[in-house]
Structures are given as structure tokens and as C-alpha cells.
Design a protein around this ligand. Sequence first.
Ligand SMILES: Nc1ncnc2c1ncn2[C@@H]1O[C@H](COP(=O)(O)OP(=O)(O)OP(=O)(O)O)[C@@H](O)[C@H]1O
Length: 289
Amino acid sequence: MTTTIPTTAAAVPVGPGLSMFDPIFIGIDEFGQPVYLDVIYRNLLTAGEPGGGKSGLINNICGHAALCDNTRLVLFDAKLVELGPWRDLADAFIGPDIDQAIEVLRRLLVVATNRYAWLLANRRRKLADGDGMSVIVTIIDELAMFSTVLGTKAQQEEFSTLLRGLVSLGRACGMPVVAATQRPSWDIIPASLRDLFGYRAAFRCTSLNSSNIILGQGWAEQGYTASDISPTNQGAAYLLAEGGVPRRIKAAYLTDTDIYNIADYAAWTRRPSGTSTPAVNPTEWEMAA
Ligand SMILES: Nc1ncnc2c1ncn2[C@@H]1O[C@H](COP(=O)(O)OP(=O)(O)OP(=O)(O)O)[C@@H](O)[C@H]1O
């Protein structure tokens, strides 16, 4: 009997074939059922006190996006270490630099505007799987660093205005935004910004008011408050999906080793000889649709 040893594939499919249009697994609910998010059409805001588990949730999204074909990452992390493991496969990785943050947001808005022109020309309202256009996922860890700490007041305001623009435009044109903050207060998350996020995850908060700032006014009074999450129950949160009722979840947790392993594998699948070809030089990345 003759056996044929397959030759090494010239290109390994990403994922394989994983897409941002696929539901993203992020953990389980209180009945042990898996919880999935459709981040492609809904931005995600995650907030809660330090150590509550926000980064865990964000890393689940990053891991999924990193493994997806035709998906690009734009990462903002003033602390560098939270999203740092994914930096090699990101189109842009912005550290504690408000000028760069503003510049990149401006470019993203240009891309979003171009995509709307494309949608209009094609008699469409939103991007769909199969359009062939890349999904650009923007992830911001510690929103407050860019909107209240780094730079001048004018720069912080410009950052916040541009971000508001991207969050409102991005969802229909394949450019979702995921943002996290440790400071659930009105100056960081005004209702006008919060309400643009179709998903909101409230990790442990110190007060009913903080929980309401994330989920929306009135939920704490109805019994849905992240202040009832035990400090030792990291990764537990209330997740609200637009139009629904907050749901208690426990985010899946990736250790640092898991994260680096996924990031390394994803970077390998995205190598120029693979099926997905990122910009050769991140400074020359071409985000236009
Ligand atoms: N889903 C989870 N399951 C079990 N443990 C978790 C989970 N999420 C987080 N933890 C534990 O809690 C610690 C803090 O989590 P994480 O860094 O995600 O919190 P955070 O809210 O992002 O904090 P910070 O705001 O300081 O960045 C982790 O190092 C881990 O030990």
C-alpha cells in the first residue's frame, strides 16, 4: 500500500477561515451557557474598578480578531503592557502619545467616511460578510488616559470628539470600537458617548452610580448593579446588549502565556506569504477602503 505524505501547505488559512462576522466567544452566563458577542455591528464599552477583569474580556476580543482573516487591529494602550502582546500584528499600536492617538483617529475617520461613500454608491446601509472589505477593529485600553490625562485640554477634547465620531460611524462600515476604562464617571463616559456602545460590560464597581454610568440610568435600581459583584470574583460582569436586560457573565480568561501563544500564532498566519497580507511597514499602513 502506498501512502502519500502531504506536502506543507504554502499558505495556512487564518483561523481557519475565522471571521469578525462570526460570533465571538467571551465566556459563560450564570447558567453556564456560552456567551457570544457580535462586535462587528456593535461597539463594546467595558468598565469597572481596577483588577475587575476588563483586560480579560478585551483579550478575548483581541484573540478572536487576531485570528481572523481580513481583519486589522488598531490598538491604543497608554500603559503599553495590556495590549502590548498584540502589537506585532496591529496596523498601529499607540502608546502614551496623544498626538499619535489623534492622528490615527483622524485617519480612521477618513477611512470610515470613504466606506460610507462606497456603501452609498452600492445602495447599501452596512457592510456585510463577503464584501471583501477588511474589518478594522479599534481597541482602546484605558480611555481616561487619552481623554483626561495625556496632553492638553484641547487635545483631550479633540481625542474625545474624534472617538465619538468613530464610535458612531464605525458600526455600519466594519470598523467597530472596543473601549475600556477603570473610571466609570461622567467625565470619562458621558451618556452621549456611552449610548453609542451597543454592548456595555460593567465589571465590579464601588457604587450603584458607577454601575449605572456604564449600563445606563435606572438599572441598579432594578437590581442590576456591578457593585454586588464580589471583589474576589474577577472576570464577573453585567453585560448589556442594546435593547436587552443586563446579564450576569463570567469572562473567559486567557493567561499571559495563552495570549502570547495566540498572538505569536496569529502573527505567523499573517506573515506576508500567508493568505492575509498586512502592511509591510506599519508606518505606511494603508487603511483606505
Ligand atoms: N475571567 C477571569 N477569571 C479568573 N480570574 C480572572 C478573570 N479575569 C481576571 N482575573 C484575575 O484578575 C486579575 C486582574 O484582571 P484584569 O487585569 O483583567 O483586570 P482589569 O480590570 O483589566 O484591571 P486594570 O484596570 O488594572 O487593568 C488577573 O490578573 C487575574 O488574576
